[in-house]
Structures are given as structure tokens and as C-alpha cells.
Design a protein around this ligand. Structure first.
Ligand code: NAI
Length: 400
């Protein structure tokens, strides 16, 4: 069959397997030609490994100097009579194939990372086939729902404000339009649910279970990802439900850091740059900021994608030759430093003030934003023949 892109609003309903392979290969090439990770980890567990920052972390750690064996956990769907499957499904497959070519272990677990069964499967695998211990745990899950491990009740996150509602323009990728929308204020229940889903509780639970099972190596590190952003985005992000959840994540890092000290280990949150991922396109009223940011950072030559961010994180912050991991006064690793440069932000806010529904494609980097979105789903690569027929029967035989 010929696979066409199908986009509803900001959700991709199809993915191109060969394009996903190309995306993985491109990221591998990027890290192979970047400043390499030294003194890196060798046995890594990545929770949320199939796309965005988690996939980029895994590629960076395997191919960017550390040559790490990796276990990746993700929630993805393979091909079936309902469709071709998700991009992350193919990312897992092609990552594993490339890692195995280099003699690295790349084990994929596809299922619910919140479940106790998944924790047990991962622990059993570490003990029986992965050398018994991991020396880095990357926590990069992004989702809208999390089941309560005790009752099974589903917490649903709500991307809302705290205090006042905010109205602002947001991108509709399907129709190439900037539409205005209002982001309402969160109820106490929505706030609590968002913290449950996107805060640090599940990360903490994973680390405790791994520690109790004695599969954390001496000196083991763990890192989770956060966003802070400039003041102009505070009402919708930093001061909204997502920001509250991230504050919880930051506190969790401090608690985990204390607990890991007995093992000589460390826990960090890395604050990353705003980028187009499957998760971030859902943040309402945020796209005008990203369009302006991309435009300015590309002009200045400081733009990075997920893969460049993760390679910089692992080669220059979390590992390397420094005696300690460089952090800010809140003990956060900042790879959003280039995004937040004052000159960059001054230019970004000028562009945001000029942006309207009629001119957003010229004022902001809409073509770059949309290309990133399409490429997340395997579309838009010059060297992939999108008219070639894809043999789905053969693809269905590929296992993650
Ligand atoms: P993403 O949507 O690209 O990746 C999410 C990953 O989580 C995927 O591998 C998915 O399969 C996995 N996942 C979701 N639910 C799961 C479940 N129940 N069980 C197993 N796996 C599951 O998201 P992205 O953007 O890479 O987000 C990762 C982290 O980075 C999040 O904490 C996010 O807040 C943070 N971050 C994102 C930024 C952005 O601009 N995209 C900026 C700064 C931080």
C-alpha cells in the first residue's frame, strides 16, 4: 500500500515506517558527528523510549560515545486491520536493528509503564539477561492518563491555568491555521490529577522498586525532563497545571537524590528546550511561542532539536570530565540556556507581538514547525520515496 499522512487537528493518524527508519538514522548520524559522551553509562533503562526526548536520549547514549546497552519501555501500537501502527512502534524496531548491528543490546518492552507487571518484567530482564544492574534510568514518559496502581481509577491530566483563564492563538496543523482559543482554569481535582500524571510520583515509584530489587548499580544516575520557559509562557505552562506537575517532579528529584546517595547515585531534572513532539503539540496557546522561537534560534544558529539537546545533556552535563554535574540554584540542569538567552527572548517577544492569523507563516517558522511534526511521523524526508508501495505483510512480521 501507499501510506499517506493523515492529520486530525494536531494528531497524526498514520505513520510512514520507512520515514521513521530515516528519522532514526538521521539522529544516529547527528550524534556520531557531535562531541562525544565520555565516562558515560553502559546499561540504561529509558522509560518513554519511542519518541521525542526519550528516543533521542536512547540514540545519544547508544551511538553518541557511551555505547550503552539499553532497555526501552514505551506504549505503542503495531500494524493491524485498524491501521499501519504508530511511529514509535517503528522507531523501536529500527533503533533495535541499528543498535544490534553495532553489537549493542537494545531490548524493547511495549506496554503500560505505569503497571506493576511492566516493572516486574523489566526487573526480571535486568537480572536474567542485562547483567543484573542498570547505571542510568531516564524517565521520559509523557501522557494524558495514568491508572492509580491501587484502585485502577484513571487520573486524567488537564492542561489548564491556575487563577485566570488565558486566551491566545494556537496552531491547527491539519488546516494550517492559527485559531484563537481559551484555556480555562483548573479545578482542584484537575490540578491533583495532572500532578499525579505528569509529576514525580511514578518516577519515584519506579526508582524505589528498582532499588528494592537491587538492580541499581553503585553510582547509578537518574534523570527526568522538565520545561520552564520564559515569562511570556508562564500563564499557560509554568504557572499552570503542567508547571505545578513539573514542580512536583523537581521536588521528587531532590528526594530521589538523597535516597540514591546510599548507592553513590544521583537524581536530576534536566530543563529542556521547547520543541515539537507528539506531546507538546497538545499544549494550547503555546505554538505562537514555538514558531517565534524557532525563527529566532535558527537565525542565530542556536536552534537544536531533541537529539542535539540530549547529546549536549549527556556529553556536557550529566557525564564528561567535570567533577560534578553543573546545575542552577534550584539544582536543575539547564539545557534550555540557549532558549532563554535575553537577546533571543527579546526578539521572540517582538515576533509574537506581530503575529496574526494572517501572517503567522511568514513571521514565525511555521514551515519548520510543520516539517518537524510530519517527520515525527515519518513524512517529509527528501530521500524517502513516498510513492513506493509498502509491503504491510512483511512489516507486520517485524517485532519491536
Ligand atoms: P513524546 O510524546 O514524544 O514521548 C513520550 C513517550 O512516553 C513515548 O515513548 C510514549 O510511548 C511513552 N509513553 C506514554 N505513555 C506511556 C505508558 N503508559 N507506558 C509506557 N510508555 C508510555 O513526549 P516528549 O515531548 O518527548 O516528552 C518527554 C518528557 O520531556 C516529558 O516529561 C515532557 O514534559 C518533557 N519535555 C518536553 C518538552 C517539549 O517541548 N516537547 C520540553 C521540555 C521537557
Amino acid at each position: 500500500m501507499i501510506i499517506e499522512p493523515i492529520v486530525n487537528g494536531v494528531v497524526a493518524r498514520s505513520a510512514h515506517p520507512i520515514g521513521c527508519q530515516q528519522a532514526v538514522l538521521n539522529q544516529i548520524e547527528t550524534v556520531e558527528h557531535s562531541s562525544q559522551i565520555t565516562n558515560g553509562p553502559k546499561k540504561v533503562l529509558v522509560l518513554g523510549a519511542s519518541s521525542g526526548f526519550g528516543l533521542a536520549s536512547r540514540i545519544s547514549l547508544a551511538f553518541g560515545g557511551a555505547q550503552a546497552d539499553t532497555i526501552g519501555v514505551s506504549f505503542e501500537r503495531g500494524p493491524s486491520d485498524k491501521g499501519v501502527g504508530t511511529a514509535g512502534w517503528y522507531n523501536n524496531i529500527y533503533f533495535r536493528q541499528e543498535a544490534e548491528k553495532r553489537g549493542l543490546i537494545a531490548k524493547n518492552f511495549v506496554g503500560d509503564a505505569f503497571s506493576s507487571e511492566m516493572r516486574q518484567q523489566v526487573i526480571d530482564y535486568i537480572k536474567s539477561e542485562f547483567g543484573g544492574k542498570v547505571d542510568l534510568v531516564v524517565y521520559s514518559l509523557a501522557t494524558g492518563v495514568r491508572p492509580d496502581p491501587e484502585s485502577g481509577h484513571l487520573w486524567r491530566s488537564a492542561i489548564k491555568t491556575v487563577g485566570e483563564p488565558v486566551s491566545g492563538p494556537t496552531i491547527n496543523i491539519e488546516h494550517d491555521k492559527l485559531e484563537s482559543m481559551e484555556v480555562g482554569t483548573a479545578s482542584a481535582e484537575e490540578m491533583e490529577a495532572t500532578i499525579k500524571v505528569m509529576g514525580g510520583e511514578d518516577w519515584q515509584s519506579w526508582m524505589e522498586i528498582l532499588s528494592d530489587a537491587d538492580v541499581l548499580a553503585h553510582g547509578c544516575k537518574t534523570v527526568a525532563y522538565s520545561y520552564v520557559g520564559p515569562e511570556v509562557t508562564y500563564p499557560i505552562y509554568h504557572h499552570g497545571t503542567l508547571g505545578r506537575a513539573k514542580q512536583h517532579l523537581h521536588h521528587t528529584a531532590d528526594e530521589l537524590n538523597q535516597k540514591l546517595a546510599t548507592l553513590g547515585g544521583e537524581a536530576y531534572v534536566s530543563v529542556c528546550k521547547a520543541l515539537v513532539t507528539k506531546a507538546s503539540v497538545f499544549i494550547p496557546a503555546f505554538s505562537p511561542y514555538i514558531l517565534s522561537l524557532f525563527k529566532v534560534m535558527k537565525q542565530k544558529g542556536t536552534h537544536e532539536g531533541c537529539i542535539e539537546q540530549m547529546q549536549r545533556l549527556f556529553s556536557q552535563r550529566l557525564y564528561g570530565t567535570g567533577a560534578s554535574v553543573p546545575v542552577d540554584e534550584a539544582r536543575l540542569i539547564r539545557v534550555d540556556d540557549w532558549e532563554l538567552e535575553p537577546e533571543t527572548q527579546a526578539e521572540v517577544s517582538q515576533l509574537m507581538q506581530q503575529m496574526t492569523a494572517d501572517n503567522f507563516q511568514e513571521v514565525g517558522d511555521y514551515s519548520g514547525y510543520k516539517l518537524d511534526f510530519m517527520q515525527l511521523n515519518g513524512f517529509g524526508f527528501d530521500n524517502v520515496d513516498y510513492n513506493a508501495r509498502i509491503d504491510m505483510d512483511n512489516l507486520a512480521l517485524l517485532r519491536p
